[in-house]
Write a protein that binds this ligand. Structure first.
Ligand SMILES: Cc1ncc(C[n+]2csc(CCOP(=O)(O)OP(=O)(O)O)c2C)c(N)n1
Ligand SMILES: [Mg+2]
Length: 401
């Protein structure tokens, strides 16, 4: 039996019926199961199970607190990366500290960044996860195999006394990762916005979209987002002018914005890849982008409607959220927004954007297909140093000519 299955069984037996989640590649099976069970009565429960996929982990803390006020026992299924983002809410709503509402909550955390972790960028938060939990006053324990779960039983008793608790689940890196099967060429419906496109069928894979861009540009600076997009970009064409952001989900476009604003003196534009999941997590900052309007920034929103890098659970983008419509509502110039699903459209719009003042937002609808690409062989410090050197060289060549 899968350890997460057993954890879910224990939570159910303990009367937990209100779940929220944000995926890690290692907890997908449980999240998929929770989604299937949404609305069902489990065992002797008085109420149907509620599962809410989150777009940012910190909202799960207040969502759970509200559910507790409404009479539910709650649990969140997340990755350790999300823990850092939740600190203020946990201190204010869950902790036993003076001034906190002391509302109990249960966290089931895929604890990345430990010994066998291959993704370097998981390490800072992973190595501090226990300290974060101590800081916010959560009782916690670490488990690796099912027989360790006796410790969780003891924690659940603490929970009954009103304490918030956390279970840190060490991933089994030896197991192949579970993924939800690709739905391939599904048709997307865009509703309720001024852009006159209603139905769009994805045709390009993410790799194809990235390669279309990377093969057309020359000196441009590129910022790519966490997970498979950065890996695919590296695989297609590694360059000094590529900055691979391998942490900070949802923040590649804000990093690219800072870069664009501070490099207006050098010619090449800044091109940024962002994901639909990432953008949903940090949608509010679109208002900054819309307000600052950097002429030298092109954002490519690679929208596959799923949290693709962590196993393909759906994002809200797949259903009703039109993210470029959101950008438009925040004030992003409408004429510079394009919804794109075909290679030729992407190539043509990119050609135009490279020669004209932006900012541009290309909402690229891609399939949710997956290719296994190895993790980056570069350290994050190498990525930074190399990139900054390329900026320096760009300035030298401009000011010395
Ligand atoms: C705060 C935080 N929560 C969760 C994760 C785990 N995570 C890494 S990549 C990813 C999926 C990103 O999806 P999207 O932005 O849509 O890009 P895609 O992989 O689909 O191209 C998730 C959930 C994380 N790194 N950080
Ligand atoms: Mg996605």
């Amino acid at each position: 039996m899968d350890i997460y299955e057993e954890i879910f069984k224990m939570c159910s037996e303990h009367g937990i019926t209100f779940y929220s989640s944000l995926p890690c590649s290692h907890n997908i099976k449980l999240i998929q199961r929770l989604e299937e069970l949404d609305g069902e009565i489990i065992g002797n429960a008085d109420n149907p199970l509620i599962h809410t996929p989150l777009v940012r982990e910190e909202s799960g803390v207040s969502l759970s607190a509200g559910a507790y006020l409404g009479g539910r026992k709650t649990a969140m299924v997340i990755q350790s990366q999300g823990l850092g983002n939740m600190v203020t809410q946990m201190l204010s709503l869950n902790s036993p500290l003076n001034g906190s509402y002391r509302i109990p909550n249960v966290l089931i955390i895929s604890h990345r960044g430990l010994e066998n972790e291959k993704v370097d960028a998981q390490k800072p938060v992973g190595s501090k996860s226990k300290e974060i939990l101590n800081l916010v006053g959560f009782k916690h324990c670490s488990v690796k195999v099912i027989s360790d779960l006796k410790k969780f039983q003891d924690l659940l008793e603490e929970y009954d006394k009103g304490r918030s608790i956390a279970l840190l689940v060490e991933p089994d890196y030896s197991k192949p990762l579970y993924r939800i099967e690709s739905k391939k060429n599904i048709t997307r419906n865009f509703k309720g916005n001024a852009i006159p496109i209603k139905k769009i069928q994805a045709t390009m894979t993410r790799r194809k979209a990235i390669s279309e861009v990377i093969n057309q540009i020359e000196d441009e600076f590129v910022v790519s987002n966490i997970g498979h997009p950065s890996r695919e970009l590296h695989r297609l064409k590694d360059r000094e002018r590529n900055f691979y952001l391998t942490s900070c989900l949802g923040h590649s476009y804000t990093l690219a914005l800072g870069l664009a604003l501070s490099t207006e003196d050098i010619n090449p534009k800044v091109i940024c890849f962002e994901g639909d999941g990432g953008l949903l997590m940090n949608a509010g900052s679109l208002s900054i982008l819309a307000h600052k309007k950097p002429k030298n920034l092109i954002v490519l929103l690679l929208d596959n409607g799923v949290w693709g890098s962590t196993g393909n659970t759906e994002t809200y983008a797949l259903h009703d959220v039109n993210l470029s419509g959101v950008a438009q509502a925040y004030g992003f110039p409408e004429s510079n927004i394009k919804i794109i699903s075909k290679e030729e459209q992407l190539a043509e719009n990119l050609r135009f954007a490279l020669k004209n003042d932006g900012p541009f937002l290309f909402h690229v609808i891609i399939t949710d297909e997956y290719e296994n690409v190895p993790i980056l062989p570069l350290s994050v410090v190498e990525i930074k140093k190399r990139f900054m050197k390329s900026i320096e060289n760009a300035r030298i060549s401009i000011y010395s000519s």
